[in-house]
Design a protein around this ligand. Structure first.
Ligand SMILES: NC(=O)C1=CN([C@@H]2O[C@H](COP(=O)(O)OP(=O)(O)OC[C@H]3O[C@@H](n4cnc5c(N)ncnc54)[C@H](O)[C@@H]3O)[C@@H](O)[C@H]2O)C=CC1
Ligand SMILES: O=C(O)C(=O)[C@@H](O)CO
Length: 312
């Protein structure tokens, strides 16, 4: 595929549940985007959608002056930008003035340190975690909790417009974007665990789970997460649109940030224990709604069996 516009070539690292959707939304917005993933299957899927790919982030430096990171965690960001065991990474190959748009959910302290390191290499960082799930990534309607310099925003404008319906500008340097995302992750994790626990209670009392879903989604106990995740339980489909291990990661960041601030968060702590139990029981790569399987093992209710409809 050749460049359709004179705007910079975008490199997107991490063609997973979120990155694939965002990369495809960028293609549809007319951006010249090169996808990169260590998974050949992910690269083939993006090529089938009309995109170009490379298998190593290092290869992006020859063409890209804007790089979007949608890998899982801080260790993977570190590896992409600086290489494993310090053997060098993408950052040292990017042209001076290039922009890194960092979308993975990481600790605010990591985002701030990353900005200092990249600025020291003449590179810009936009701290830009995302929300909305795989469906909104694909439709280009994410919320982006962002912070960074005016120069970073100027370079990121077309990318953010292609990815997001809502871009929140939360500060002039890295940190506030990841801080606000952490508040979202506290709520998202607690709400998913609470939805699973509440469904376990209802099913244990012998209430039909489809009826429970109908009633609760029309009543005050509803939440975005109850509405979005309980259908996976009803279909018995735990295909990971967002994996259990994502919430082990995110609620651990909530926990460690609270420890730094000396802020006790017992409700988030309880949700973290449930996701940790689900991961420990072998469900870490399943959809985060599989946290209900921990309750099922401890209780005496049956979960709906898988049917043929896919997760949404
Ligand atoms: N899944 C969701 O609903 C949401 C996820 N997030 C956050 O977005 C980020 C991405 O999450 P997902 O897309 O769910 O994860 P994922 O595991 O589906 O995708 C991550 C991708 O990065 C690739 N990758 C890892 N290391 C790499 C490397 N060194 N070079 C190239 N590719 C590499 C993996 O092969 C994988 O395809 C995470 O930080 C997550 O917390 C944020 C909002 C929603
Ligand atoms: O969309 C978000 O925000 C999320 O973090 C969840 O969908 C789970 O990762």
């Amino acid at each position: 595929m050749t460049a359709a516009t004179t705007s910079p070539v975008i490199g997107l690292v991490g063609l997973g549940a979120m990155g694939m959707g965002s990369a495809r939304a960028m293609l549809e917005a007319g951006l010249d985007v090169i996808g990169c993933d260590i998974s050949p299957v992910a690269c083939q899927a993006f090529e089938a959608a009309g995109g170009r790919t490379v298998s190593s982030p290092l290869e992006l430096a020859a063409e890209c002056q804007v790089v979007v990171l949608v890998v899982v965690n801080a260790d993977q960001v570190e590896q992409v930008l600086f290489g494993a065991q310090g053997e060098g990474g993408l950052a040292e190959r990017l042209a001076p003035g290039s922009l890194v748009i960092q979308c993975a959910t990481v600790a605010p302290s990591f985002a701030r340190e990353l900005e200092t390191r990249l600025n020291g290499m003449q590179l810009e960082l936009l701290d830009a975690p995302i929300s909305g799930g795989a469906v909104k990534a694909r439709s280009g309607e994410l919320s982006v909790m962002s912070s960074g310099s005016d120069a970073a925003y100027a370079r990121a404008e077309r990318v953010l417009a292609a990815m997001a319906a809502n871009v929140y500008r939360l500060g002039a340097g890295a940190g506030p974007g990841s801080s606000v995302k952490l508040v979202n992750q506290h709520l998202a994790g607690v709400h998913i665990a609470a939805a699973a626990e509440a469904m376990a209670l209802g099913m244990s009392m012998g209430i039909d789970p489809d009826t429970l879903y109908d009633v609760i989604t029309h009543s005050a106990g509803n939440s975005w997460m109850f509405e979005n995740r309980v259908p996976h339980i009803l279909k018995g489909d735990y295909t990971p649109l967002s994996a259990v291990d994502i919430f082990v990661k995110d609620l651990n960041i909530v926990h460690s940030t609270g420890r730094e601030l000396k802020l006790a968060m017992p409700v988030a702590g309880s949700a973290l224990q449930q996701f940790t139990a689900a991961s420990g029981a072998g469900f870490g790569r399943e959809d985060d709604s599989a946290v209900i399987k921990v309750y099922q093992r401890l209780g005496s209710f049956s979960l709906p069996a898988a049917n043929d409809e896919g997760a949404q």
